[in-house]
Design a protein around this ligand. Sequence first.
Ligand code: 9Z3
Length: 312
Amino acid sequence: MAQEDPSWKTFFEENPKPTNFDKNVKLIQDVCQHAAVKKNRVALITSGGTTVPLEQNTVRFIDNFSAGTRGSASAEYFLDAGYQVIFLHRSKSLEPYSRHLVGRNIFDMIEVLPDHITVGDKHQIELRVVAEKYQRHKCNLLMISFNTLADYLWLLQATAQKMQILGPLALLYLAAAVSDFYIPTSQMPHHKIQSSGGPLSLSLQLVPKMLAPLVTLWAPNAFVVSFKLETNETLLETKSKESLLKYHHNVVIGNILNSRKVYVTLVDSASSSAEEIRLSASDLENGVEIESKIVENLKIRHEKYYANHKTG
Ligand code: 9Z3
């Protein structure tokens, strides 16, 4: 009897590719091929929340919580650490470098003079610091955006597959907040759901776990880091360990919604207890971001992984 396709394959058969998919995949391929020749490390960073549309002509959707701080800040630190970065992010969520200006009004930062405009004296230093960093690193940063869960999964699959050429030089840092539930396109109404139909009951399907094919088929030699988000602290370590046992990837970073900016735990298959990263009072006073410490920690782990791969 013929075997049924695994559920992750069915997902891609049932949900169409995003617009500009081929163009974006070509950009990703160019980065990977170029880096492979030069033996550069490449980090795929996923960031922001996915949407799950309720209608094909989408008026309403379900969203996953994430501002994109973790991903965009981490992208800057990976660039500082010498990585090339593919930043796969939710459209309009925070982006590396420009995140420092979010919530500010650009017109309050500039001075309009008779024949040109310039940055006001008060803002010269802070803008120079960010602009210089951006100028230094922009040629190593490829930004690709998504909106829906299906957009995200198509782009994740394609990027991981293109990164295969990099072997252990590839690092995947899966910080995006990805929905566990969705409505298959075939079960979604074409037009806007009418309130005249009365109260709305929704039935959502489970999203197939994509970490399984990612680790075994799409990028089998890459260093893979996933994030586990919980709101109940007592579940965090168990859930992180369960994920590692199930998918056999390299590191699970656990975080709690309310403390995610100051505290995370890291578990890997070699250690029995979790390693903690916690910002101290002096870190907070000095504006240290937890992502700088996460990336520093992962850089060392990735170096070891790469060295073992070469000899092993
Ligand atoms: C995270 O846990 C991220 O650290 C946050 C970052 C989404 C909390 P912000 O963007 O927040 O800085 O506002 N991402 C992974 C979330 C996720 O969907 N995990 C799944 C799970 O926990 C898959 S492993 O089950």
